[in-house]
Ligand binder design. Structure first.
Ligand code: AMP
Length: 223
């Protein structure tokens, strides 16, 4: 299954992707994580994108398209993939259509997690990430103690620098201006599945599963 998770920063893409990967056995291609890895490794690309990411702006399309094209050539993506954070512009989406068309693939479904601006801002202010396993936790206001730790592996959680309030506002504006047109783009292709991302995590998960049921191969009832 070839899936795209679409949503503003803080819409819950990172939270939902773990179960999708487990259920469908497909690799995640998360461009934000890939760029953060480049920064951590201090590569020329990492150094080039650092100031752009820290401002909350988008990295140029051609760089991202090149990265994703290369990743989609890997054999593990043949059985499907989950894109998180890509495409973010119409130019990226049409490049993706072309990249996939070459070996006769296509996007199956785009899961759009819809969340209001205020909820996004509140969530990101209380969002923490585990440096070891990558799990994302959103605490309630007042729930965060000094130095919160990951319940899975005990690592000290951290807040992403681009989750600072000024940068968050910029990232949401960038989403509305440059990424929101993809809602129409995929609706016109008949691939858009809109999900209320403000529901509790388990309900969002259940809604995603219901939407994806139609894409799963029919069970053989005689077996
Ligand atoms: P994310 O972790 O998806 O929120 O991405 C973090 C940052 O990486 C974004 O704010 C952008 O600066 C950059 N980035 C990630 N994916 C893309 C993309 N598809 N196009 C342009 N910039 C991206």
């Amino acid at each position: 299954m070839n899936l795209i998770l679409l949503g503003a920063p803080g819409a819950g893409k990172g939270t939902q992707r773990a179960f999708l990967v487990e259920r469908y056995g497909i690799p995640v291609i998360a461009t934000g994580d890939m760029l953060r890895d480049e920064r951590k490794a201090n590569t020329p690309l990492g150094r080039q994108v650092a100031p752009i990411m820290d401002r909350g702006d988008l990295v140029p399309d051609d760089l991202l398209i090149q990265i994703v094209r290369k990743r989609l050539q890997q054999p593990d993506t043949r059985r499907g993939f989950l894109l998180d954070g890509f495409p973010r512009t119409v130019a990226q989406a049409s490049a993706l259509d072309q990249i996939l068309a070459e070996p006769g693939r296509a996007v199956d479904a785009v899961l759009y997690l819809r969340v209001s601006r205020q909820v996004l801002i509140d969530r990101l202010a209380h969002r923490y990430v585990c440096p070891t396993c990558g799990s994302v936790y959103t605490f309630q206001p007042g729930e965060v103690r000094q130095g919160p730790r990951c319940p899975k592996d005990g690592a000290q959680l951290y807040q992403r620098p681009d989750d600072r309030p000024q940068v968050v506002a910029r990232r949401i504006d960038v989403f509305l201006q440059q990424t929101a047109p993809l809602i129409d783009y995929y609706a016109r292709q008949g691939k858009l599945e809109t999900i209320d991302g403000q529901l509790p995590v388990e309900q969002v998960r259940a809604a995603i599963l219901r939407k994806l049921k139609t894409f799963e191969p029919a069970q053989d009832v005689t077996a």
